[in-house]
Design a protein around this ligand. Structure first.
Ligand code: NAD
Length: 424
């Protein structure tokens, strides 16, 4: 792992450090395109903005915001916006780079970008959240746009925040520009199926991987970390396929039930409390004990760096489905591989969200909208085809699915780089 940049100082397990070592691992498989490999280690553009807002009590607060466009060789930037107190420039850089790889892995005509604000949104009122979102959108307005860079939801952002972003951008350019963000509410140019698309993609890649390793979903025990948009949607689809959700962890606690939880009872609790910690249909356990729970499938769907070397030794699952971005550090990847645990990496596993975001963007341009069935069928096909190509690549080179996904994606990215040539 080596960083050519002066303004970040990654460690082996930090998000950007993790990404750099993933790039180093794919280099031997890129043939003559490896000559362009350095491109992948440098974001094209990083923007840091100050976001001053007036709080409800009349005081002025400042927040630090970012938008990073990692690579745009294959098209406009695409990637979510995260509101979290631990967001840093380095984290946003890594998330933007994983977007570059992800959009190429499913062959969408996009580059990779990501944004974030270093804030705990639970401490803001709705009005403060709106003012912060609007000011952030104006500040990054100089680099986003339907043909430049298209934000979307990520951790702690949702359809309402996308609606404010779309409105702010539209006000600034003087015309409704629905295509500037995706993940919008349906009546503002959003797409059916978008809210649950990432979880659906996790399910589809999980279903295909399970089939290929001969693991029946009916009766499979599933443990989920992070029960927000991605984790809860994936869990619902696994439960519908007959799997048992035996453990769930979120920021409010960890709950287990070896018979499988009744999601019809759990979902209203999640809606009421904003977390699963108080659910009565399961037993509450210590957070760290989550990693020892007996399960067949583990879905990390919270934040980066959750599976470190120590936890990788304890995981009992045979299949890990990375709903979150960057949940596994490189040393843990090696341990899981040695232990025969199959990891479907984030850069393909959670690509369902950006795929339906692409459908939303296309629908916005044509002002012609598809049915939810059409969306889900198209999503399923894109995910299955992409995973097949990655699986074949992994088999051919005897490499992990992660390195195979990087190989497929980086070949497309660097081919575009080479064909476009260097400007001027
Ligand atoms: P979300 O805000 O809806 O949910 C986040 C979940 O993580 C919540 O359940 C929260 O309680 C939990 N969490 C937070 N901190 C935790 C901790 N320390 N321990 C355990 N749980 C914790 O976010 P989301 O949109 O579901 O995103 C989850 C992950 O999926 C992120 O890594 C995100 O980048 C990735 N992702 C999201 C999308 C999308 O479309 N939303 C697409 C691709 C990838």
């Amino acid at each position: 792992m080596s960083s050519p940049l002066s303004f970040v100082h990654p460690t082996a397990d930090s998000p950007w450090g993790t990404y750099l070592s993933q790039v180093d691992r794919v280099m031997p498989y890129l043939g003559h395109l490896a000559r362009w490999g350095e491109t992948l280690k440098r974001p094209k553009r990083t923007l840091i903005v100050d976001i001053p807002i007036e709080l409800d009590d009349g005081t002025v607060a400042h927040f630090e915001g970012y938008r990073v466009q990692h690579n745009m060789s294959r098209g406009p930037g695409k990637g979510g916006v995260r509101y979290h107190p631990d967001v840093t420039l380095e984290e946003v850089m890594a998330l933007s780079a994983w977007m570059t790889v992800k959009t190429a892995a499913v062959n969408l005509p996009y580059g990779g970008a990501k944004g974030g604000i270093r804030v705990d949104p639970s401490k803001l009122s709705m009005k403060e959240l709106e003012r912060m979102t609007r000011r952030y959108t104006s500040e990054i307005g100089i680099i986003i746009g339907p043909q430049q860079d298209i934000p979307a939801p990520d951790v702690n952002t949702n359809g309402q925040i996308m609606a404010w972003m779309m409105d702010t951008y539209s006000m600034n350019v003087g015309g409704t520009a629905t295509g500037v963000v995706t993940g919008k509410p349906i009546h503002l140019g959003g797409s059916l199926g978008r809210v649950k698309a990432t979880g659906r993609g996790v399910f589809v890649t999980g279903r295909e991987a399970a089939r290929r390793i001969g693991m029946p979903l009916d009766g499979a025990r599933v443990a989920v970390q992070g029960f927000g948009n991605v984790g809860s949607s994936a869990a619902e689809l696994f439960a519908q396929a007959g799997a048992k959700i035996v453990a769930v962890q979120d920021h409010t606690g960890t709950i287990v039930n070896s018979n499988g939880m009744d999601l019809a009872e759990l979902m209203p609790v999640l809606k009421r409390d904003g977390g699963v910690g108080n659910f009565k249909g399961a037993e509450r356990i210590d957070n760290e004990a989550f990693w020892d729970v007996k399960c067949d499938i583990l879905i990390p769907a919270a934040l980066e760096g959750q599976i470190d070397a120590k936890r990788a030794e304890r995981i009992t699952a045979k299949l890990v489905l990375e709903g979150a971005n960057g949940p596994t550090v490189p040393s843990a990847d090696d341990i899981l591989a040695d232990r025969g645990v199959l990891v479907v990496p984030d850069v393909i596993c959670n690509a369902g969200g950006v795929t339906v975001s692409y459908f939303e963007w296309v629908q916005d341009f044509s002002s012609f909208f598809w049915s939810e069935d059409e969306i889900n069928v198209r999503l399923d096909k894109i995910m299955v085809d992409a995973l097949k190509k990655i699986w074949d690549t992994a088999d051919r080179h005897k490499i992990s699915l992660r390195t195979a996904t990087f190989a497929v994606a980086c070949e497309r990215i660097l081919m575009a780089r080479e064909e476009r040539g260097l400007y001027p």
